[in-house]
Design a protein around this ligand. Structure first.
Ligand SMILES: Cc1cc2nc3c(=O)[nH]c(=O)nc-3n(C[C@H](O)[C@H](O)[C@H](O)COP(=O)(O)OP(=O)(O)OC[C@H]3O[C@@H](n4cnc5c(N)ncnc54)[C@H](O)[C@@H]3O)c2cc1C
Length: 319
């Protein structure tokens, strides 16, 4: 059976809308904000662009229609991600992190949790709400699924009656500060004596719950219009009903959510590769270093560029 790679009429429209938003809104903003030295100021000043995305229902596009969203397919989102990230990656990352944090609720949430959290985000046309999936601990990241109870996520949720009491420190938590230094969905270990398979659990924690503190804001060399703060949990109390799925469902929830974003990050990377290619192509067409010929007319340059272009196209379809 052959696969039809041609976009539908709606997808072509979506691509055009994303392309013009990227060039008209994100491009000038990126030029201005990339030059700022304070990462927090950089993030804060990207908010008007994010608000425009929310008003244009991009946040809602991630959410199923039955909870007020647009229920866009992963292919639709990948088309938009490529166009946006061709110009600027930070603001789309803020949006993607919303999706990363809502994905566990979409896939493992109860109807009550979905109604409570998803509808809130679907109806937010201001962009004020940010969701964060804070899973990476200061002491454990890539090894989150380890069977060793002493490795991986150390943030611990202790059950007292029907309340979880959470303590630990997360970092690199995209959106973890919210716009106002509050955000969060946390990955915790619910039993310190058992490995991830039994004890890794996801708990929804509203950002204004007392005991949450935002620590250091990562000062990155790139991706400056998105924020990756440290998030500190000190005796944060949330009801048992905020548990997403069951205790020990952490591994499938995390791999599902990151599997979903991985495809979109793939599309985002195609966008970045396209931007780099367009820059180099332009240069090769105008630079005349080896005489009167534009360097693109030298076989080695032309062939190299054709090779790169072929790989970028392949990456798009493999995404
Ligand atoms: C821009 C950005 C945004 C991010 N957003 C989020 C977010 O929203 N939420 C969130 O929770 N996290 C986020 N992260 C963090 C990211 O998910 C982690 O960096 C990632 O999970 C890896 O964890 P780590 O940095 O602790 O690396 P480490 O766990 O220190 O791993 C580093 C390297 O060592 C290898 N390694 C680790 N343990 C072992 C082992 N036992 N054996 C062999 N090799 C090993 C790993 O494979 C990896 O190559 C973000 C990171 C970035 C850069």
């Amino acid at each position: 059976m052959s696969i039809d790679f041609r976009p539908t009429e709606e997808q072509v429209m979506l691509r055009n809308v994303a392309r013009s938003f990227a060039t008209q809104v994100l491009q000038p903003l990126a030029r201005e904000l990339d030059a700022l030295t304070d990462p927090w100021e950089c993030f804060q000043r990207s908010k008007p662009a994010f608000t425009q995305m929310a008003a244009g229902e991009l946040t809602a596009s991630l959410i199923p229609t039955e909870y007020g969203g647009a229920g866009s397919s992963c292919v639709d989102l990948a088309i938009a991600a490529e166009e946006l990230c061709r110009v600027e990656v930070g603001v789309p990352t803020t949006l993607l992190a919303n999706g990363l944090a809502l994905h566990p609720i979409i896939t493992f949430g109860t109807p009550v949790q979905k109604e409570r959290f998803l509808r809130l985000f679907a109806e937010d046309k201001t962009g004020d709400l940010l969701a964060c999936f804070a899973f990476t601990d200061v002491e454990g990241g890539a090894n989150f699924d380890s069977d060793d109870p002493n490795a991986g996520v150390r943030t611990f949720a202790r059950l007292e009656g029907d309340t979880y009491v959470i303590n630990g420190v997360k970092h690199f938590a995209t959106n973890g500060s919210g716009w106002e230094r509050k955000g969060v969905l946390g990955t915790t270990r619910t039993d310190l004596s058992r490995g991830a398979k039994d004890a890794l659990s996801i708990i929804a924690v509203p950002g204004d719950t007392s005991g949450i503190r935002v620590g250091k804001i990562e000062n990155k060399i790139g991706l400056r219009l998105t924020v990756q703060p440290e998030v500190i949990f000190e005796d944060v109390r949330v009801p048992h009903e905020n548990l997403i799925g069951a205790e020990g469902d952490g591994i499938p929830i995390i791999t599902g959510a990151f599997g979903w974003t991985a495809a979109l990050i793939g599309a985002a990377c195609v966008g970045v590769m396209r931007a780099a290619f367009e820059y180099v192509l332009d240069f090769a067409r105008s630079a005349r270093w080896l005489g009167s010929e534009a360097i693109i007319n030298h076989q080695i340059v032309g062939y190299t560029l054709a090779d790169i272009k072929m790989r970028i196209e392949a990456c798009r379809y493999l995404t």
